[in-house]
Design a binder for this molecule. Structure first.
Ligand SMILES: Cc1cc2nc3c(=O)[nH]c(=O)nc-3n(C[C@H](O)[C@H](O)[C@H](O)COP(=O)(O)O)c2cc1C
Ligand code: SF4
Length: 514
């Protein structure tokens, strides 16, 4: 039977993938053609979605972007045999956008049926857990430490150190919490992997549990991700049924239970301590640190809180060894980062690459420049608290330290691209407004400072005491940077100051006086 692949990913669905899948089912049935439609994850080339792939003796042949009304003509042209058509793309893996990636964490996304355990096992799934079950806990943690993996949620803290702290902490109960709140603007890698390969996250969390002696895990899932919730719950059910979750995992005597919990719909609930409060059923208020969650975490017990991508990168590390993963990347940024291209960009999508490529290569060689065809003026990297980078910084390599050196952050790897019609003073104001909306209210620099920040920017733009108010804005940013309890207030100055420093003319300031 011929197999067709049409994505179940939210992006593809929003572009009409469901209607396309239904049309293929209907038209092939009408023609007496026997096909199996697999609802896979997305390959991440969003400008080609809805993408349809057909399995042929010469590999998978792709067509896209396909709409419902194209289905009849595609079948007439011989899509089932991989024949030519105006929407013919050939083998997707040969396109430079795909071919030049280093797909380690996303190895199976777009290839397998996300909720088929059989498919997962047939494509190297659960090899990492198998190896982990044969190791001592400290040996598992050592692989993660050796890999050089740093947290992909934003702060880039070494994952091995965090795991080691929980391993050595004492407690009658320990927890693994997956931060799947993914609140950053322009980011979607967590969602894509949860929808496109949920087992890899489940496997990563199970390995974490075995490594530190935690028997319960929770996935704190952004409430706006209903499709991810369905995929995760289906995969968790299959894992339980087949002895990959629960008691005595694969006869090892180890136990790990896993549940999905819906987030509270607040950006600050992605901050790890606020997340733990929310998971405990309380309002998402940030906790003081110390104590670290690794020592006093969920319900006061030692807890690993890791981002989805951090945990989903663990299976390949345990499968191939820490050294294998470490061989990718540059400097202290080891392995790969799934970069997410969004905003005004011709080729939006997901691009998993080893650290080290420059921002310019990513934007132009793969992103294809702006969607509008106008010059790219600024790129905000790392979510709503990330700096706006001007063209003069586009040769910066994608590396945590290189970004930090110029006052920018890589964060969760999301890029929002702006052309020359964007006013950066508006963006700076928006950053302060965002902080007003999302502040948890616990500390003064963030709660009050963000409101004053909006007012001061308004005064600068309105030409009221320009020099004095610009100085005041810088002073306020300094207070927020140094005096906020968490990175919400502490990083809001990044977009504000970068806009002010690199685009002073948008504030009506002379570049020399900025
Ligand atoms: C305001 C705010 C929002 C955050 N949102 C997220 C988020 O949505 N997802 C995430 O993984 N980390 C988020 N973080 C970072 C977490 O606090 C924490 O560093 C991370 O979950 C640790 O996992 P990692 O080491 O694997 O990155 C946020 C931090 C702040 C200050
Ligand atoms: S910086 Fe903002 S979000 Fe963070 S603790 Fe202070 S008030 Fe809450």
């Amino acid at each position: 039977m011929t197999r067709l692949f049409i994505s179940r990913d939210s992006t593809a669905l929003s572009l009409g993938a469901e209607q396309v899948a239904n049309a293929f089912a209907q038209h092939t049935a009408d023609r007496g053609q026997s096909v199996q439609i697999v609802r896979n994850g997305s390959r991440g080339l969003f400008w080609l979605e809805p993408l349809v792939e057909v399995e042929t003796p010469n590999g998978r042949i792709a067509y896209g972007p396909v709409q419902e009304e194209d289905v009849a003509s595609l079948l007439d042209a011989g899509l089932l045999e991989g024949k030519s058509h105006p929407l013919y793309l050939g083998n997707i893996e040969e396109l430079p956008y795909f071919k030049n990636q280093n797909r380690l964490t996303f190895a199976r996304v777009g290839i397998t049926d996300p909720i088929s355990l059989e498919d997962y096992l047939a494509n190297d799934g659960y090899k990492g857990l198998k190896n982990a079950l044969a190791l001592q806990p400290a040996e598992i943690v050592k692989h993660v430490t050796d890999s050089g993996l740093r947290g992909r949620g934003g702060a880039a803290f070494p994952t091995g150190i965090k795991w080691n702290t929980v391993l050595n902490a004492t407690g009658d109960q320990k927890y693994i919490v997956c931060n799947a709140d993914e609140g950053d603007s322009g980011t979607f890698s967590d969602r894509m992997i949860m929808e496109g390969d949920p087992f890899v996250l489940i496997e990563g969390m199970t390995i974490a549990g075995v490594a530190v002696g935690a028997t319960q895990g929770y996935i704190y899932l952004r409430v706006e991700y209903p499709h991810a919730k369905v995929a995760l719950n289906q995969a968790i059910e299959a894992a339980y049924k087949n002895g990959y979750l629960g008691e005595n995992i694969q006869g090892s005597g180890k136990t790990f239970h896993l549940e999905v919990r819906s987030g509270a719909g607040a950006y600050v609930c992605g901050e790890e301590t606020s997340l733990l409060e929310s998971l405990e059923g309380k309002r998402g208020l940030v906790r003081f640190k110390p104590p670290l969650p690794a020592i006093v975490g969920l319900f006061g017990k030692p807890t690993i809180v890791n981002n989805v991508i951090s945990l989903a990168s663990v299976p390949i590390i345990l499968d191939k060894g820490g050294e294998y993963y470490k061989n990718y990347g540059m400097g202290r940024s080891r392995g790969t980062l799934p970069l997410q291209l969004a905003g005004n960009i011709k080729h939006p999508g997901l691009f998993e690459a080893a650290f080290g490529m420059t921002l310019r290569e990513l934007l132009y060689d793969y992103g294809g420049g702006s969607a509008s065809g106008r010059p790219i003026r600024a790129v905000q990297v790392g979510g709503p608290l990330g700096a706006y980078m001007p063209e003069s910084q586009f040769d910066t390599p994608l590396d945590y330290e290189a970004f930090a050196a110029i006052g920018a952050v890589l964060g969760h790897g999301g890029l929002v691209v702006h052309d020359d019609t964007t006013n950066l003073a508006d963006m700076a104001r928006y950053a302060m407004e965002f902080c007003v909306e999302e502040s948890c209210g616990k500390c003064t620099p963030c709660r009050i400072g963000s409101t004053r920040g909006v007012e001061v920017i308004d005064r600068i733009v309105a030409n009221v005491d320009k020099a004095k108010n610009t100085e005041l804005l810088r002073d306020l940013c300094d207070t927020m940077l140094c005096g906020s309890l968490c990175a919400m207030g502490g990083m809001t100055p990044y977009p504000v100051l970068s806009a002010l420093n690199h685009f002073p003319e948008d504030f009506g300031l002379h570049p020399a006086k900025a």
